[in-house]
Design a protein around this ligand. Sequence first.
Ligand SMILES: Cc1cc2nc3c(=O)[nH]c(=O)nc-3n(C[C@H](O)[C@H](O)[C@H](O)COP(=O)(O)O)c2cc1C
Length: 165
Amino acid sequence: MATAIFYGSSTGNTEDIANRISEHLGNLDVYDISNQGLDPIKDYDKLIIGLSTWGDGDLQSDFEDIWSDFEEYDFSDKTIALFGLGDQDGYEDEFVNALGTMYKVLKAKGATIIGFTSIEGFEYNESTAEIGNQFCGLVIDEDNQNDLSDERISSWISDIRSEIL
Ligand SMILES: Cc1cc2nc3c(=O)[nH]c(=O)nc-3n(C[C@H](O)[C@H](O)[C@H](O)COP(=O)(O)O)c2cc1C
């Protein structure tokens, strides 16, 4: 069994981060959720799942499309690290909320979630991705802080590497 990355991306930002994370981990399999849906997930016991937030705190549309299947899927034997993209300046009251929604569902489905990160360095009012004073995954803001993304990715990868590979 192995590790793969699954992402949903509307304008390419999450796709780009997914590919950068893959490179850091030695070129993992990377799946756009809009192409093959959930089917390939069964081939992996460790997953990295990434998505952006749209609307007012909503799931990225490709995840929205498959959400009822996603909620039914058995994640109980999976170790999962999450990453979410958002815009803390434009959406300060629902910053990366799709990451929070994803976490809540996976946790309820029995997944082991790893890779929480510090909220330091971000400015926002509210985020459902903030769990116990940490983000429930890697948070990337390409709209306002793309200069920090490399450092955030590297630091997160070094935290999760031994558990996710
Ligand atoms: C119409 C619109 C709505 C958005 N809504 C949110 C939001 O509610 N919360 C948030 O954190 N970011 C929001 N964003 C910012 C996107 O999540 C951000 O630009 C992200 O990098 C897009 O990634 P993608 O290209 O992979 O979809 C929104 C952006 C647009 C254009």
